[in-house]
Write a protein that binds this ligand. Structure first.
Ligand SMILES: *Cc1c(COP(=O)(O)O)cnc(C)c1O
Length: 356
């Protein structure tokens, strides 16, 4: 149990226009902070007014990217409750990321308590309109002020909160995806399974290239053979091939184990769909497309939940999926997951955690 000190701001901010929130543009009045050093472990958990952090320019995070983050949301239900979606899964992933990045562990209970108390402290910032939510961004940075390369001995754990819009204000529009053959985002033995800023820095170039050609996201291939599908943009990816739902297996450690991914697999299996986690090559996918068996493709992640793929293009091949429209399985997953998250349909899986 953390004993969290709380200091309320004397200058509450103006709330933004809740009909035009976008994603991650506005932040609430407060933030959570906790420090780490070798003597005290994690110490001084506190909720304080949202403000810039003052850091020595030599801090390790700026030079060697010893940093991790998480992402989840809090939702207002129609009966006025505030709930989180599977925070235990984020806590588990936080520990796996910390382990990989040599960051000292935080207990799952403390992590969820820090999130819950910070959300409740700023609960008047949670938007109530259907489809909106409060995005929660916990992160840890290495703060040793020195340039030698080794794991830092001091850290800051911070949580910031951002009210975000319904992702699909004008309905779900399938996106155009470009298959990236040159740049890769992760390799076996690297940090693909960990939620770290460094993975994003190395993905920017491919993303920029895709946008230049008029695409909205990149399909990432495995870093060794450039044959097998890893992820789409910063989302996990699923394909409906015949009567099989396929998603790349986590076995090689180059794919981020998404909470939305896990939830889609469990939900589909509970409804009797055949779901397979395995290697899937671009060649196999295009062959299925040529036989008319590639029925749906979609990305999954906390921000958009389900993001249908309308076309999947290579330099010399174009595949238009389901006429560029959202398919029935994608729609069912979107409706069911968001219904459970917003508390408008029952949650038979026990995935939601009411915090207020
Ligand atoms: C966060 C993330 C995802 C999606 O994970 P969720 O827990 O479903 O939000 C997928 N891929 C990458 C690279 C990510 O960082």
């Amino acid at each position: 149990m953390l004993n969290i000190r709380k200091e309320r701001t004397k200058e509450p901010k103006m709330k933004p226009d809740y009909s035009n929130l976008g994603f991650g543009r506005y932040f609430t009045d407060h933030m959570f902070l906790m420090n780490y050093n070798k003597d005290l472990g994690w110490y001084d958990p506190r909720i304080v007014p949202y403000a810039p952090l003052s850091l020595d320019p030599s801090c390790m995070v700026f030079h060697y990217a010893q940093e991790m983050f998480e992402g989840l949301k809090a939702y207002y239900t129609p009966d006025g409750k505030i709930q989180l979606f599977r925070p235990d899964k984020n806590a588990e992933r936080m520990q796996n990321t910390n382990e990989r990045l040599c960051i000292p562990q935080i207990s799952k209970e403390d992590f969820i308590q820090a999130i819950s108390e910070t959300v409740m402290f700023d609960k008047d910032w949670i938007p109530k309109e259907i489809g909106t939510s409060l995005y929660i961004r916990p992160f840890i940075i290495a703060t040793d002020p020195q340039l030698g390369v080794h794991p830092s001995k001091t850290y800051i754990f911070c949580i910031i909160l951002s009210p975000v819009a319904a992702y699909y204000a004008e309905g779900i529009n399938p996106v155009k995806i470009f298959i990236e053959r040159d740049y890769v985002r992760a390799v076996k033995g690297g940090t693909g399974f960990a939620k770290v800023g460094g993975n994003y820095a190395s993905s920017l170039k491919g993303q920029e290239k895709a946008e230049k050609y008029g695409y909205s996201q990149v399909l990432w291939l495995d870093g060794i053979e450039r044959k097998y599908i890893d992820e789409v943009g910063a989302m996990n990816v699923f394909f409906v091939i015949g009567d099989e739902v396929v998603t790349p297996s986590l076995a090689d450690g180059s794919i981020l184990p998404g909470v939305t991914r896990a939830s889609c697999i469990e939900l589909l299996r509970s409804k009797g769909y055949k779901v397979t986690e395995r290697k899937l090559s671009v060649e196999e996918l295009y062959a299925a497309y040529d036989r008319g068996e590639l029925k749906e493709a979609f990305g999954t992640g906390t921000a958009a939940v389900i993001s249908p793929i309308g076309s999947l293009d290579d330099e010399n091949k174009k595949a238009v999926i389901n006429d560029g429209k959202i398919g029935p399985i994608s729609q069912m997953l979107y409706d069911t997951l968001t219904g459970i998250q917003w508390g408008v349909i029952p949650d038979p899986f026990g995935w939601t955690r009411v915090i207020g």
